[in-house]
Every structure is written in structure tokens, then in C-alpha cells.
Design a protein around this ligand. Structure first.
Ligand SMILES: [Zn+2]
Length: 68
């Protein structure tokens, strides 16, 4: 994937972290999944509409099939 001249973006770093350290996007998406009312199951302490930022990153990571 193309990287900007200034290096990987914060999003790319977060995706890499999720893939390598957090059990991968599938595990994240099992926790942060959509409830029937449209909220995120993993973010119930703060009511968040799914996809929350974490789920969004996991979806992106999964779409990439990891980075590199
Ligand atoms: Zn969430």
C-alpha cells in the first residue's frame, strides 16, 4: 500500500497495532459489534453508535487483510 512521504499515518499505525497486538480485527469486531438498536456493544459505558472508532479501524484493518 502506498505510504505518504511523511510516513505512516496515525490510522495506519493504529491498524498495525490492532493487527499485531490486539488479537486482530476479528477479535476486536467480536467485542465491538452492532446491537439491534444501532449502538456498539463494546462501548456501552459511553453510548456510541456503531461503528465506533475502534470498530471502524478494525473494519479497515480487515479490509486491508493486515498491513504491508
Ligand atoms: Zn465500540
Amino acid at each position: 500500500m502506498a505510504e505518504s512521504p511523511t510516513g505512516p499515518s496515525a490510522v495506519e499505525v493504529a491498524i498495525r497495532f490492532m493487527t499485531e497486538q490486539n488479537g486482530g480485527p476479528e477479535r476486536v469486531l467480536r467485542i465491538h459489534r452492532r446491537l439491534a438498536d444501532g449502538r456498539c456493544r463494546g462501548c456501552l459505558t459511553t453510548v456510541t453508535t456503531w461503528p465506533c472508532p475502534v470498530a471502524r479501524l478494525a473494519l479497515r484493518a480487515r479490509a486491508h487483510g493486515g498491513v504491508d
